[in-house]
Design a protein around this ligand. Structure first.
Ligand SMILES: NC(=O)c1ccc[n+]([C@@H]2O[C@H](COP(=O)([O-])OP(=O)(O)OC[C@H]3O[C@@H](n4cnc5c(N)ncnc54)[C@H](OP(=O)(O)O)[C@@H]3O)[C@@H](O)[C@H]2O)c1
Length: 320
């Protein structure tokens, strides 16, 4: 099959398209012919050699896809060949075929185009499990998301708004600020010009943080009493200094999670919850896929460049 290959980790030139052996589905797995794959920031790290797949996973980059079921493992009896699906992957999405544990396969939400569906499941699973699961956001509370126009951010704005929370975001440009407000954010702070911690101090209940060390002190400053920070990315570094007194004074908490390394049962449970709680909102049109660009697999270098430049809003998809 055709797949994206990385011979030597490095910058975008490390990405080439070549032929590799087809994957074979295990007993509990499904083989999907990929229509499109979502591009995630983590893919850039894997390309650079600093984000290895979990043991036993495909070495090929790609954490989510959509496509058609073409073969079933011996123990899978509740899916039929020919069904259109989307899938949460621990690797292997940038390829014509991918083998996926049954629990990480979801139907394409009603009314969503098969290609667009490629960019939904990873962000929905991340936002659902962290914002509503780990941090327990409730209606009326305020959620802060760093990088409101990212794949993650655009899902978080829509989902939290749909569940009755207020959303504030940080963004890098006025255009992105306007887009986030149109999507439902109450406020977008321009992080290059404004001090987000000063602007939002004491007003946030839940913070979905993809920056890490650089924002640690500022993040705590934004919290209300009982605030919860969930760290999902470390774009601003992994080692910071935390003043525990500031956390203690607010009865606040900080957690960090990574979807890719969770056990299969946890991922299956998250996907099932997403199908139950998020897909109906997608079917109603209250949460929609935000697709910045569809780029053919052969142009994978351009796709990674787009994310590196952060010139996108929402998801970049690779089409097969
Ligand atoms: N732990 C997990 O399970 C998990 C799962 C999925 C994603 N993630 C993480 O979530 C983050 C978003 O992923 P994605 O694929 O949606 O990435 P993406 O679309 O490439 O977005 C990256 C975002 O980071 C923002 N950003 C960069 N520097 C910033 C700063 N100093 N202050 C505020 N925002 C800043 C960018 O904002 P501008 O473009 O406006 O500059 C952009 O919106 C990544 O860090 C990713 O690793 C974690």
């Amino acid at each position: 099959m055709r797949a994206v290959i990385v011979e030597q980790p490095g910058d975008v030139e490390a990405l080439t398209v070549g032929e590799v052996p087809d994957p074979t589905p295990g007993r509990d797995e499904v083989l999907v012919r990929v229509a499109a794959a979502g591009v995630n920031r983590a893919d850039l790290l894997q390309r650079q050699g600093s984000y290895d797949p979990p043991p036993g996973s495909s070495e090929i980059i790609g954490l989510e896809c959509s496509g058609t079921v073409v073969a079933l493992g011996e123990d899978v009896d509740d899916l039929t060949i020919g069904t259109e699906v989307c899938a949460l992957l621990s690797g292997g999405g940038y390829a014509e075929l991918v083998a996926v544990p049954r629990g990480q396969v979801a139907p394409v939400p009603e009314g969503v185009d098969l290609v667009d569906a490629a960019g939904l499941l990873e962000v929905a699973s991340t936002v659902w499990s962290n914002v509503f699961g780990t941090a327990g956001l409730t209606a009326g509370e305020t959620l802060l998301v760093h990088g409101g126009s990212s794949g993650i951010g655009t899902m978080a704005i829509q989902l939290a708004t749909a569940f009755g929370a207020e959303v504030v975001v940080t963004v890098g440009s006025p255009e992105k600020a306007a887009f986030c407000r149109e999507l439902g954010a109450r406020r977008a702070v321009l992080y290059r010009e404004e001090d987000f911690a000063e602007e939002l101090k004491g007003s946030v209940d839940v913070l979905l943080d993809s920056i890490g060390a650089k924002y640690l002190a500022g993040n705590v400053r934004t919290l209300r009493r009982g605030g919860r920070i969930v760290v999902i990315g470390m774009q601003g570094g992994a080692r910071g200094e935390l003043n525990l007194a500031a956390l203690l004074a607010k009865n606040a908490s900080i957690t960090a999670t990574g979807l890719r390394y969770r056990p299969l049962e946890e991922k299956a449970a998250i996907v099932a919850e997403v199908v139950e709680h998020v897909w109906p909102l997608v079917a109603e049109g209250r949460v929609r896929p935000i697709v910045h660009d569809r780029i053919p697999l052969e142009d994978v270098q351009r796709a990674h460049r787009t994310l590196e430049e952060s010139s996108h809003v929402g998801k970049v998809l690779l089409t097969l």
